[in-house]
Design a protein around this ligand. Structure first.
Ligand code: MRU
Length: 366
């Protein structure tokens, strides 16, 4: 998407690869919305650390980062011996996989890269194939988001008031985003609508990232406290909810997304408001049989007990909010059951969650 910084507008992808320096180039999302900066990770361990530390975050974005990280690790291998190379690749894969467990995109993306690499007969060929496959994953991610926009834009009418949660915008992908794709497409088609961004405590991806994106794209929006959505539903001020996903279970239609999504889905059902999940194919998990088997990341207590912002000098600061002696519980994601979801907006069209499995061949499932 286009970003305007200091009056200059340029198109950016969230993640790119610099093959001259073997670095994965990432927008430093922890500094947004205050500072726009692109950084490079110098090796695959630094790439994995950037995923863990949420320099880059969002399902598709960490998928593409893991794909590039695997290629980066492959390209850094110095020898020619295939046995040692395979062992090295396994280590790179495991390091990147463990960086964040809930989203399935990194695993799906790296498996795609590995499948391509297998076609190479020696180290050099496999290294080249790894990078080509990572580039293809990133390009496909952008194409999928564009297709989600085409299918989802009809849901947004002139005057619609749309609720979204967390950030499933272009920062969470390579470009365009998923939950935001129908919004950007509806905007291009000339419709006027308004977006409520849940602030999304504890990391505030809605208040910082989604609000920044929508402001950059000149989409009418307001940030609301997470607790305000129920009141707005009750007053009839929300017509539609669209959220992203970190893992959609193809077998059951359950959806894992940022903590608080389930609450919003319950509220939408209670008030008869359609609740949609936008998701690329790389977010579908065709293996797990129950939402209870999804590894839900438990994050640091400090995220709940305090908050990050900038001080008067523009320096990024953490401030303690909660009582000093109190601890916290911080599950990063929740699971929304299929009966609360009106439809899953995919690049192939909109599906009822329960219909994913019977459409698995169309949706890239085995
Ligand atoms: O913890 P994050 O910020 O990486 O969480 C991911 C999310 O932003 C959301 O859950 C999002 O809706 C799905 S990612 C497209």
């Amino acid at each position: 998407m286009n970003v305007t910084v200091n009056g200059r507008t340029r198109h950016y992808r969230t993640i790119t690869f610099d093959s001259h320096t073997n670095q994965v180039m990432l927008i430093e999302q922890r500094l947004l919305p205050h500072t726009f900066k692109v950084i490079g990770t110098k090796d695959f361990r630094a790439t994995a650390q950037a995923i863990t530390d949420m320099v880059v975050r969002g399902a598709g974005a960490i998928g593409a980062t893991a794909a590039y990280g695997l290629a980066q690790g492959a390209l850094a291998f110095p020898g020619q011996e295939m046995k040692k190379f395979r062992k090295h690749i396994q280590g790179v894969y495991e390091t990147l996989k463990e960086a964040r467990p809930t989203a399935v995109d990194p695993v799906n993306a790296m498996n795609q890269v590995l499948r391509h690499m297998e076609q190479g007969e020696n180290v050099g060929e496999q290294q080249a194939l790894a990078l080509a496959a990572a580039e293809e994953f990133a390009n496909e991610d952008a194409r999928h988001c564009e297709a989600i926009g085409k299918h989802g834009s009809k849901l947004i009418k002139n005057g619609s008031r749309v609720l979204t949660h967390c950030n499933a915008g272009w920062l969470a992908f390579v470009d365009i985003g998923t939950a935001t794709a129908p919004m950007y497409a509806a905007q291009q088609e000339g419709r006027k609508f308004h977006v409520f961004c849940d602030e999304t405590r504890p990391r505030c991806q809605g208040a910082t990232l989604t609000a920044w994106e929508l402001a950059q794209q000149k989409v009418s929006h307001q940030v609301i406290a997470d607790n305000a959505a129920g009141f707005l539903f009750w007053r009839g001020e929300i017509d539609l909810a669209i959220v992203g996903s970190d893992r959609v279970l193809g077998r059951t239609g359950e959806v894992t997304n940022k903590i608080g999504t389930y609450t919003k889905a319950v509220l939408a059902k209670r008030h008869g408001v359609p609740f949609y999940v936008a998701s690329p194919l790389s977010t579908i998990d065709w293996n797990l049989k129950s939402g209870r088997d999804i590894p839900i990341e438990e994050r640091s207590e400090s995220e709940v007990l305090g908050a990050w912002g900038i001080d008067a000098t523009g320096k990024r600061q953490y401030v303690r909010v909660a009582n000093q002696s109190s601890g916290a519980r911080n599950p990063g994601f929740d699971v929304t059951p299929p009966d609360l979801i009106t439809g899953i907006i995919t690049p192939m069209g909109i599906f009822k969650p329960k219909d994913l499995w019977k459409n698995r061949h169309k949706l890239g499932g085995a």
